[in-house]
Design a protein around this ligand. Structure first.
Ligand code: GLC
Length: 741
């Protein structure tokens, strides 16, 4: 009704923003303007400075752990609660849509925005996203699932083309969005800057309409990333409803002219306007009046969230937890100036900021000495700082070194050039280890780093970028008030040249070929049998867990049925702790090239000392399927599938297997270029294959496989040439008709 009342100019105008953060109102029809602001891990609401409207600042908001940290919690309910808290803060700040979650797959550790993304695995990434979306939207605030799709590097992100084969695109890069769109129904999706197979995401009909809307039934609207629009009219036709930010009516005029000249069907414009209006009114209806949020409660929650995310990577001789009456040396400027978030559009102003040094100094009987050891703002080695740090560390029982990546090392807008931490930190760690045998390293980095010093230290706590309360969360874990339970959501490779896309990351001349295919992350390291520094899904605890008694609801299923896998997990230590049980599925060998195993389930459980619980996983068709481009659909091949349950992708504790029978009968289509092998391996046509071979004197019964081997890949049309007059073109056609009957 409203769309009918709107003029062409009003409709065209609604398809681009008002300024940087709003949609346009249509006052005469009571269409409100709504505001959107970044996320994803905290609200970045820009406001104009009172005394200088040209300048802006961002309002204070709670800084939660960033994406890579949150995913390391493997805790669906936690991320749902983070979403809820963000929704509350958006309501309090009159923000209707938060621009998150960011779910691009981590193709390389070098991507500058890896800190903001969840995982190298689409199953984990999409489950995190769905729970974040449900959390935020439960508060009547919308989300924007981003960046759709295949924005996996910052280098030339606005011009490069991500060139990906269909199967890889579906199984890896789109799967990270698919489950979230279908299960959590984000109110908006943000298209990415890059081109996908040559076409900008902002005008890519296959992405924005064929897949997102027609296949996945997305009902919200698509907004562009900021400045991602190339051809606005083409974008509208492709399914891009809202261009952000406003282009000061340049494109409004283009849309109006396109309708007037007939280039753009007005119904397409009306459809876009309707999608935008539905969400604008939905957010308006869900607006909560004068609500505020409890800043202290949110800070405390940010602290407990951070504690769930941190990953204990090494704990030799149980050096951790530290004693509260010990005499420790704290080394590294990150201890007093923590790195707790990434750079770029997600960078917010925290309400509060804990530091590990301050928090440790609050522990009554703890002896704490400190030296900063390096300057965060430079890579230059300062010998004085090194010597001062050595003097501080040499007499301590234990030395805790705070190290990692400074802000400038990882950010939106550019990629890292290596996986190394700064030289001055490497030197500091080596020097300290030369005079101190009890060293623990606490890391603040948003993506994997190389650790040449790993053999010389006894403890490593990966604190990631865990928000404004990371300083207190680190202290809670170091001293045992909290038992670490995080697991890596990405592989830590030993060196950059081990990484799957090492040969073609960033690409050339704006063409980036995803040559590694589906072999991203652990899928690659497993298949190539490359030993990582730390594997996907790895994380230690102060407790110890035993797995037993794997049971399957059936030994064989049809692909239309579910399978329930249950295992028992026991905490065999005297310390309460949490364990993440991970379930992987291994497909049978066959003609399809597949990873050794793929994550298809995970559950995080808390266990009292010596407590045992049963954990259940439900598998469905997609747990066994691959994407078959020949039928443009997900397909399960008949066969025996392996079920692995473990504490990490490389620490499989229990195995089982299940026979899966596909109910989908796919008719094989034979052509003149099908091979003998195709026929002989098709049960329905084996006899025909034998008859055919006999035509040229090849008796499959008596022949050795090597002779058969030579003809296995013979194409049918070749028989016309090789069989003398025995087999003519007409015979070939008859044969094909018979095979394709
Ligand atoms: C940025 C980012 C996107 C962000 C938007 C608004 O370029 O790519 O994630 O939401 O612009 O700041």
């Amino acid at each position: 009704m409203i769309v009918k009342k709107m003029t062409l100019e009003e409709k065209a105008g609604l398809c681009s923003g008002l300024g940087s953060w709003h949609t346009k109102p249509v006052e005469r029809l009571k269409v409100p303007s709504i505001r959107m602001s970044d996320g994803p891990h905290g609200l970045r609401k820009e406001v104009k400075l009172k005394d200088d409207p040209k300048k802006t600042q961002t309002v204070k908001a709670t800084c939660f752990p960033s994406g890579s940290a949150l995913a390391s919690s493997w805790d669906k309910s936690l991320i749902n609660q983070v979403g809820k808290a963000l929704g509350e803060e958006c309501q309090a700040e009159d923000v209707s849509i938060i621009l998150g979650p960011a779910v691009n797959i981590k193709r390389s550790p070098l991507c500058g925005r890896n800190f903001e993304y969840y995982s190298e695995d689409p199953y984990l990434s999409s489950r995190m996203a769905a729970n974040y979306i449900n959390g935020v939207q439960s508060q009547g605030v919308g989300t924007s699932l981003k960046h759709f799709a295949a924005n996996n590097q910052e280098c030339r992100r606005m011009s490069a083309s991500s060139n990906i084969d269909e199967r890889t695109l579906r199984e890896i890069y789109l799967s990270s969005f698919e489950y979230a769109v279908k299960e959590a129904k984000p109110w908006t999706v943000m298209c990415s800057y890059n081109r996908l197979n040559g076409e900008y995401a902002s005008q890519n009909k296959y992405l924005l309409t064929d897949i997102l809307k027609n296949e996945w039934k997305f009902e919200g609207f698509v907004m562009s990333d900021w400045g991602a629009v190339d051809d606005r009219v083409k974008g509208l036709k492709a399914g891009l409803e809202l261009e952000m930010p406003s282009t000061n009516d340049e494109n409004t005029k283009r849309i109006v002219n396109a309708v007037k000249t007939g280039e753009l069907d007005e119904k397409v414009l009306d459809g876009a306007v309707e999608r935008i209006l539905r969400i604008v009114f939905k957010t308006a209806e869900n607006k909560k009046k004068n609500i505020s949020y409890d800043k202290k409660a949110h800070h405390n929650f940010a602290r407990s969230a951070a504690e769930e995310c941190m990953v204990l990577l090494k704990n030799e001789g149980d050096i951790l937890p530290l004693k509260k009456d010990a005499n420790i040396a704290v080394i590294g400027e990150f201890a007093e100036k923590p790195r707790y978030q990434g750079g770029g559009s997600s960078h917010i102003t925290p309400v509060k900021l804990d530091t590990a040094l301050e928090e440790m100094r609050k522990i009554p009987k703890l002896g704490v000495s400190y030296a900063k050891g390096y300057e965060i703002e430079t890579d230059e080695i300062d010998e004085n700082l090194i010597n001062e740090a050595k003097n501080t560390a040499k007499d301590a029982e234990t030395t805790v070194i705070f190290a990692g990546l400074p802000d400038r090392y990882e950010s939106e807008g550019y990629d890292r050039t290596s996986m190394s931490i700064p030289e001055n930190q490497l030197r500091l760690i080596n020097e300290i280890c030369s005079i101190q045998k009890n060293v623990v390293v606490v890391l603040s980095n948003g993506s994997p780093i190389e650790m040449p010093w790993i053999q010389n230290v006894k403890g490593v706590l990966e604190a990631y970028l865990t928000g404004q309360a990371s300083g207190s969360a680190v202290t809670d874990i170091l001293f045992g008030d909290v038992n670490p339970s995080g697991k890596l959501a990405e592989t830590y490779p030993k060196k950059l040249s081990d990484t799957p896309c090492y040969l073609n990351y960033e690409g050339e001349a704006d063409e980036v070929y995803y040559g590694e295919g589906v072999f991203v992350g652990y899928r690659y390291y497993d298949k190539k049998e490359i030993e990582p520094l730390f594997p996907f899904g790895f994380g230690l605890s102060y407790s110890e867990f035993e797995y037993s008694d794997i049971k399957l609801s059936s030994e064989s299923i049809k692909d239309s049925e579910n399978l329930v896998v249950s295992v028992k997990i026991k905490n065999v230590s005297g310390i309460k702790g949490k364990e993440v049980a991970e379930l992987y599925v291994g497909a049978p060998k066959g003609n399809v090239i597949r990873p050794v195993k793929e994550l298809k389930g995970f559950e995080k459980i808390e266990l009292e000392p010596h407590e045992e619980k049963t954990v259940k996983f439900t598998l469905d068709k997609r747990s066994f399927a691959y994407y078959d481009v020949s039928i443009k659909d997900w397909r399960v091949l008949n066969g025996t599938y392996e079920i692995f349950v473990g504490s990490s992708s490389r620490d499989i504790r229990l195995k089982s297997k299940v026979d899966v029978l596909s109910e989908v009968n796919i008719k094989k289509k034979y052509t003149r270029n099908s091979t003998v092998g195709d026929i002989l391996s098709d049960p329905n046509n084996k006899e025909i294959g034998k008859m055919l071979l006999s035509k040229i004197g090849m008796n499959t019964e008596s022949m050795g496989t090597d002779a058969l081997g030579m003809s296995w890949d013979l194409v049918l049309r070749a028989f016309v040439s090789f069989s003398g007059d025995e087999f003519k073109e007409a015979d070939l056609q008859n044969l094909l008709n018979q095979l394709n009957r």
